[in-house]
Design a protein around this ligand. Structure first.
Ligand SMILES: [Zn+2]
Length: 481
């Protein structure tokens, strides 16, 4: 391949082969959905090394490196796409412009944009390992990781011959990732018929707001309030006061803890103050240390919609009382890590139907099945229909894994301390790739990488050097095993 001078920010960094490949990747625009250029670059690299490169229908790429070499095949895996975000005021054409690296002490940033070390540094590691002339290796480069793991999802099954897979998309040197959650969305639908209007009532708008919200996997164990549940308590008070529900909506997206929820109700004349007092009481109870800014506003409102039939709104109140939210089980070895959780994400009304959407997570499919059974039963009890959507497989931890034992040994030899073992409560490509390759022994590692998906993204130079050595030692050990 053509030799080019390294950009000044990367000059002199070790290991040279890693940073050379990383520099090449920085020149190629590669946001999700636009991986043709980076794939062509990898295919050209494969050709220059006389390697077989295979592409599947989804656009994922697999390089087979010295398959005839002795020892078990080790797959090194990363994703080709990146998240392209430019800082305010920075013009960047993500289909044409290169990313310009900038060095600050031990860190490489980009000038005004995301760096794409997520996952460019992982790909650079894998390419450098090809240069090391070891084998047998498989280099698996996926597309569209950043847009819901869809490249891995569409990957052809049993493509790999590898016995071990090392995913290079983790972001903390101190830990090895050994599991990730699978997920399943659950949709509960209530009939939402309208009734006749009653005259002489006061209309009140209810706004639950100021909650922290957060990611439904990573932040679910932080004890935060859920605006949909808070609104449910207020709606129970509305029902107690003889009120009727006209409008209701809550949450922002499936993978976010609901930070806000709203309703418009009508009350018998003179009951507005009672509702206000009840809302203030609920606000005092819910605005805890985890959500100090939670507020529940009740104000004179307006609506063009007639009230919802009393039976339907009562069912919604009961549903919001019964449907679970939060961490339901923790992992056996760490009470801080969620093992099974569910997010009561969204309340939506479309035409004459109301839907409540929840997203469940667990590394173990049987746990998601049990959660689904429970939610389905609650839905049935309240006259609602139930369906699941968007399921993806998890990666259950295997603490007896030979790959884990060898990785821990290499890690302790190099760092002089044991690694933390991380079970991520969010989806990773390992879950999906593992489901297509039964028995594949997997781990996920990577150098310290901060603020991914933002213009502040930066990767540690010294950590990349240490973690590349770990990968090299690990592959050598595995091939001796
Ligand atoms: Zn990534």
């Amino acid at each position: 391949m053509a030799r080019r001078a390294l950009p000044p920010a990367l000059a002199g960094l070790e290991p040279k082969i890693v940073w050379k490949h990383f520099a090449d990747l920085l020149r190629i625009p590669r946001c999700s959905g636009n991986e043709a250029g980076v794939r062509a670059h990898l295919e050209k690299f494969a050709k220059s090394k006389h390697l077989k490169a295979e592409r599947d229908d989804a656009g994922n790429l697999l390089l087979r490196v010295r398959p005839e070499a002795p020892g078990p095949v080790v797959c090194l895996q990363g994703h080709m796409d990146m998240v392209g975000v430019a800082a305010d005021g920075v013009q960047h054409d993500w289909t044409a412009d290169p990313v310009t690296p900038r060095r600050d002490g031990d860190f490489i940033y980009a000038e005004g944009t995301t760096l794409g070390a997520d996952n460019g540094i992982g790909l650079a590691f894998a390419m450098a390992m090809v240069d090391e002339q070891t084998g047998p290796l498989e280099i698996l480069c996926t597309v569209d990781e950043e847009v819901g793991l869809t490249g891995a999802s569409a990957m052809k099954p049993n493509w790999l011959q590898a016995k071990f897979l090392v995913n290079l998309d983790s972001e903390e040197e101190s830990s090895l990732t050994v599991a990730c959650s699978g997920g399943r969305d659950m949709v509960v639908t209530l009939p939402w018929p309208r009734a006749a209007r009653t005259d002489g009532r006061e209309t009140v708008a209810i706004r639950v707001k100021g909650l922290r919200g957060g990611h439904s996997g990573i932040d679910i164990n932080k004890g935060r309030s859920n605006a949909n549940q808070v609104l449910g308590r207020v709606l129970a008070e509305v029902a107690r006061l003889g009120g009727a529900l006209h409008e209701v909506a809550g949450g922002v997206k499936r993978n976010a803890i609901a930070p806000n929820a709203n309703a418009v109700v009508s009350l018998p004349a003179g009951k507005g103050d009672e509702l206000k007092a009840a809302a203030e009481q609920i606000q005092r109870e819910c605005a805890t240390a985890s959500d100090p800014d939670l507020s529940i506003e009740t104000a004179p409102g307006q609506t063009d919609l007639p009230p919802v039939a009393a039976e339907a709104s009562e069912r919604l109140v009961r549903l919001l009382e019964k449907l679970p939210h939060g961490v339901l089980k923790s992992t056996s070895h760490n009470p801080d890590l969620p093992f099974v959780s569910i997010n009561l994400a969204l309340i939506n009304v479309v035409d004459d139907k109301l839907t409540v959407i929840m997203s469940g997570r667990s590394p173990v499919a049987g746990e998601l099945d049990a959660l689904e059974t429970r939610a389905r039963a609650i839905a049935a009890e309240h006259g609602a229909t139930f369906k699941t959507e968007n399921g993806y497989p998890g990666w259950a931890p295997n603490y007896d894994s030979p790959l884990l034992a060898i990785t821990k040994r290499c890690y302790e030899q190099q760092f002089g301390r044991p690694p933390t073992l991380l079970e991520i409560h969010a989806g990773l490509e390992c879950g999906i790739i593992g489901s297509k390759h039964p028995g594949l022994d997997m781990i996920s590692i990577g150098p310290d990488l901060h603020n991914p998906h933002s213009p502040q993204e930066h990767v540690s130079i010294s950590s990349a050097q240490r973690m590349y050595k770990l990968v090299k030692d690990l592959v050598a050990e595995l091939q001796r095993s």
